[in-house]
Design a protein around this ligand. Structure first.
Ligand SMILES: NC(=O)c1ccc[n+]([C@@H]2O[C@H](COP(=O)([O-])OP(=O)(O)OC[C@H]3O[C@@H](n4cnc5c(N)ncnc54)[C@H](OP(=O)(O)O)[C@@H]3O)[C@@H](O)[C@H]2O)c1
Length: 268
């Protein structure tokens, strides 16, 4: 069992040693505040992103699909006037385009495509494959980041920092097929897809000076996915500190390739 878990940690980019955050501490250089737009910021990694950027005095455009139910985010915005909550379901083309139109002419330094779903695990087993779940997972994890990026590209291009980062997953890596995981067809496919989309966006947006980042946060203790995994996890605070460090140091050398939370490129 221990051997299986060890393989599992390696598969998703988690170390079995306690080295969490080392690289991020090294790269957490000061970065002048700008404007960040985050998708899926009602909870989990997205909420923690909104919180850490708010503390760093960035202007935070915290988007979520149901602001009236995003209690933590509402409380954050009450404490930090630099946080603005906006409604945006990343599968809703009209909503995405309307919000982007509202921000037309407003520079957005960093766009973080964070919103994601795992999809019901049991419906991604070979014997049970449920194609409407497949459609749902692809809609949020693949269509969402692409459409949001397309809609907000002008605002990012108009900014100083010009960075777009999508949260991917080690489960989308082609090197994991023989590892301890089984199933998860839809989630894996969605993250592999969003990786190739990231590389394609990097080529299309290079002339506008936009850098595309693809970041694997490791296994983060947000309750995401509902799998039975009971091994080591990063806290949202640790994962997001690493993510912000990644954003700050994103360069042509680290763009358009999958980077693990510890700063190391992942095979994909
Ligand atoms: N946690 C991990 O171990 C892990 C590992 C690797 C990668 N990731 C990736 O990290 C990202 C964040 O994961 P998490 O752990 O923070 O998950 P989470 O706690 O489940 O949060 C997911 C967020 O996405 C939002 N969301 C879902 N569907 C949406 C839609 N159609 N439009 C807009 N927002 C939507 C949710 O909003 P509602 O509150 O409205 O549902 C929620 O705010 C995901 O892309 C995930 O694939 C996570």
């Amino acid at each position: 069992m221990i051997g299986v878990l060890h393989k599992l940690f390696l598969a998703v980019g988690l170390s079995t040693g306690v080295v969490v955050g080392t690289q991020s501490q090294n790269i957490a250089l000061a970065d002048e505040p700008g404007t960040v737009l985050i998708t899926g910021s009602s909870r989990g990694v997205g909420f923690e992103l909104a919180k850490q950027y708010a503390v760093k005095e960035w202007k935070v455009i915290a988007t979520c699909r149901t602001p009236s139910e995003a209690d933590d985010l509402v409380r954050l915005a009450e404490s930090y006037p630099n946080v603005v909550i906006e409604e945006m379901d990343v599968t809703d083309v009209d909503e995405i385009e309307a919000l982007a139109k509202g921000y037309a002419g407003t520079p957005i330094d960093v766009l973080i495509n964070n919103a994601g779903i795992f999809g019901t695990v049991s419906l991604q087993r070979f014997e049970e494959l449920d194609y409407s779940t497949f459609v749902d997972v692809m809609a949020v994890n693949v269509f969402g980041p692409l459409k949001v990026t397309q809609a907000f590209a002008d605002s990012v291009a108009a900014s100083e920092k010009k960075k777009i980062v999508t949260i991917t997953s080690g489960l989308g890596s082609m090197t994991l097929t023989e590892e301890a995981f089984e199933g998860y067809y839809f989630y894996r496919a969605s993250k592999a897809s969003v990786n190739i989309i990231g590389r394609t966006l990097a080529a299309d947006l290079r002339d506008r000076g936009i850098l595309i980042g693809l970041f694997n946060p490791g296994i983060v203790d947000t309750g995401f996915g509902g799998t039975n995994y009971d091994g080591p996890k990063l806290t949202p605070e640790e994962a997001v500190a690493a993510l912000i460090g990644f954003v700050e140091t994103l360069s042509p050398e680290t763009a358009a390739t999958m980077i693990n939370y510890d700063g190391v490129p992942m095979p994909w």
